[in-house]
Design a protein around this ligand. Structure first.
Ligand SMILES: Cc1cc2nc3c(=O)[nH]c(=O)nc-3n(C[C@H](O)[C@H](O)[C@H](O)COP(=O)(O)OP(=O)(O)OC[C@H]3O[C@@H](n4cnc5c(N)ncnc54)[C@H](O)[C@@H]3O)c2cc1C
Length: 469
């Protein structure tokens, strides 16, 4: 491993440590509070059912009650999923976009099973009460008011869940999967009418009905506001265009952007935007890409590795003046999310982009930051000269590890470095007292995170930017 520079003096940090730790604790408390709110909404859904007058007089009633509760909790979880995907700034700043999307994905299957159970249990319960067979009961249910679109809703949920199964999703183009995924909005809306016309929990003029409608307005309002209105307004306000495209490696380009008041985007080093470039070949796919330098009032920069058709098309299509729209900034791979004075940055491949921008404005004293950049070969060492210069200017440690990866606990290093005895302990002696930032290919980042945990770093002090969603 080449040591690029080191700064032996370990001075106290510039920013007040107590304030940073307090902000960090507050953020974690906010995250706990959000979790409590989400589960409380599910509990409230059950409570609404229990308080509206329940009579359990036999198996039919029990099945029906189970079906109603499953439907209420399942619908509530779907609304929580929508809010998590809505890019609500409070949620993004508290747990980060990737964590929000991870929870969104985790809730998908339980919500779907509950909605399925809702349909099955209610059909069984009604069939039991009517002493009818299942087929006849299903036929009579389909004929009831608002029920055809309720069944359509279930069908749409099936399509969304099946296409989101890892094995199926891998086979689909991202854009195709995304288009099908948008059907979940239609599924939510088509499920709504039968809840009022068929259910007894949300009778007219009851607080239950007001509360339930408010939940839907809140969730769908968040989507409309933060996914559509806010990005459109911001894109019009900042009028970003491509200034020039710079090739920095055989398979990577930096896109220099120009716009108005870009320093007012509120973007911090380490954050990303979802960008759409308005050319004939590229307008139909948007890409999440991190800033590779912090915006000034007139300029911003992103750096892109050409990994698929969409990113390859950028180099060929972008011209001086190409209009750009965006959603963001997102993510907490930032200085603001940090709880400790010391910082350890691990970046690999194109994962250096948020690390480069993070370092640019990091508020840390000499010797308080250590950075390691990994690449499988020298051509994949993107932006290294800039990172090196930043570290030299600020008196931070910067290392590079190039070559095929090794095995065992140091598998995140090159085999040659691991063989020479380099380890996390030798490169980052203060790791257990550091805020850790990791960005790179999933398997590599997993290895780094695993060893960081092993070295005593708590999850709350590890920030990971995932490029593979
Ligand atoms: C938070 C984040 C920050 C990123 N920052 C950078 C960066 O700074 N530089 C860089 O080169 N790459 C970055 N990426 C990765 C980059 O977004 C993908 O490589 C790119 O979108 C691939 O698109 P493609 O059409 O070329 O490839 P495809 O072959 O179409 O897609 C490859 C994979 O990329 C992912 N992907 C594609 N489009 C999207 C999308 N709109 N939203 C989410 N995932 C998508 C999917 O998992 C897909 O399977 C980042 C990704 C994320 C999630």
């Amino acid at each position: 491993m080449a040591s690029a520079i080191t700064a032996p003096a370990l001075t106290s940090a510039a920013a007040p440590a107590a304030g940073r730790a307090l902000r960090h604790r507050r953020r974690l408390r906010r995250a706990d509070l959000l979790t409590v709110v989400a589960w409380a909404s599910a509990a409230l859904a059950v409570a609404m059912y229990l308080t509206h007058g329940v009579a359990l007089a036999g198996i039919g009633d029990l099945l029906t009650a189970g079906g109603i509760v499953a439907g209420l909790v399942g619908s509530d979880l779907v609304l929580v999923m929508l809010v998590l995907a809505a890019r609500v700034p409070l949620i993004d700043r508290t747990i980060g976009h990737d964590r929000a999307m991870a929870v969104h994905r985790q809730l998908g299957k339980p919500a779907f099973y509950l909605l399925l159970a809702h349909g099955v249990l209610l059909t069984l319960g009604y069939a039991w009460a009517d002493r009818a067979n299942i087929v006849a009961e299903t036929a009579s249910l389909i004929g009831a008011q608002d029920m055809p679109i309720a069944y359509l809703s279930l069908g749409l949920f099936v399509a969304v869940i099946v296409t989101s199964l890892v094995a199926v999703r891998r086979k689909l183009r991202y854009e195709v999967w995304h288009l099908i995924h948008l059907l979940s909005y239609a599924a939510v809306l088509t499920a709504l009418p039968h809840q009022f016309s068929q259910g007894t929990v949300f009778a007219a003029d009851t607080p239950q009905r007001v509360y339930w409608i408010a939940l839907y307005v809140l969730a769908l309002g968040a989507i409309v506001t933060f996914r559509f209105v806010e990005p459109a307004v911001q894109s019009m306000r900042h009028r970003i265009v491509v200034d020039r495209v710079e090739r920095i490696a055989p398979d990577a380009i930096s896109i220099h952007l120009r716009g108005r008041d870009l320093d007012r985007l509120g973007a911090q080093g380490g954050q990303f935007f979802t960008w759409r470039f308005w050319t004939g070949r590229t307008w139909w796919h948007a890409h999440p890409l991190s800033l590779s330098s912090v915006p000034t009032s007139r300029t911003a920069r992103i750096t892109v590795r050409e990994l698929g058709d969409g990113t390859r098309a950028l180099q060929a299509s972008l011209r001086h003046g190409t209009p750009v729209t965006f959603e963001g900034p997102y993510g907490i791979f930032t200085d603001a999310a940090r709880g400790r004075e010391r910082v350890a940055v691990f970046a690999a491949g194109i994962g250096v982009t948020p690390a480069r921008a993070l370092l640019e404005r990091l508020d840390a004293g000499r010797g308080m930051v250590s950075v390691i950049v990994r690449a499988s070969d020298p051509r994949s060492l993107f932006l290294w000269d800039e990172i090196l210069r930043l570290c030299q200017d600020r008196g931070w440690n910067a290392w590079v590890s190039i070559g095929r990866r090794g095995s065992g606990s140091s598998s995140w290093l090159s085999a040659a470095d691991a063989h020479r005895g380099v380890s996390m302990r030798s490169a980052f002696p203060h790791l257990d007292d550091s805020e850790v930032y990791i960005c790179g290919p999933d398997s590599w980042a997993d290895a780094v995170e695993h060893e960081a945990h092993h070295r005593g770093v708590a999850s709350a002090h590890i920030h990971r930017e995932r490029f593979e969603l």
